[in-house]
Design a protein around this ligand. Structure first.
Ligand SMILES: [Zn+2]
Length: 128
């Protein structure tokens, strides 16, 4: 079974990659540029797509940061719902996961506040 240090390193790598990705996408937003109306519509659509992708990255980033916090306090690898250890196989696949597979499936089949989660992720997105 890999040590917590292994997961920590992977999470830090993931965080770097996500930050780079989000910055790139935000910079890709075309607000500052003057373009024709036809192009404008196309750009707006692209912005929208960019924004949605950025939000997904932001949400992932939040989970990665949370996982790193849990490593700090020694809670890492424990399901936040049933408080059972999360199998190493799952942690290796998704090191930022909060839940074991069973709980995740339960939560996925019962989505409550997806929009709210997105908004929260967006607010937490601390960019320079
Ligand atoms: Zn669980």
């Amino acid at each position: 079974m890999p040590s917590t240090e292994t997961y920590r390193r992977r999470l830090l790598q993931e965080r770097e990659a996500l930050l780079a990705e989000v910055r790139k996408k935000i910079q890709g937003l075309s607000a500052a540029e003057r373009v024709s109306e036809d192009e404008e519509a196309q750009r707006l659509h692209e912005d929208f797509v960019h924004l949605r992708l950025s939000l997904l990255d932001a949400e992932r980033l939040r989970l990665v940061n949370e996982a790193l916090d849990r490593i700090e306090v020694g809670d890492y690898g424990i399901c936040m719902n049933c408080e059972q250890p999360i199998p190493a196989k799952r942690l290796e696949a998704v090191p930022w996961t909060r839940y074991c597979v069973r709980c995740q499936e339960e939560l996925d089949s019962n989505p409550q506040s997806d929009g709210e989660e997105f908004l929260q992720a967006w607010r937490n997105l601390a960019l320079p």
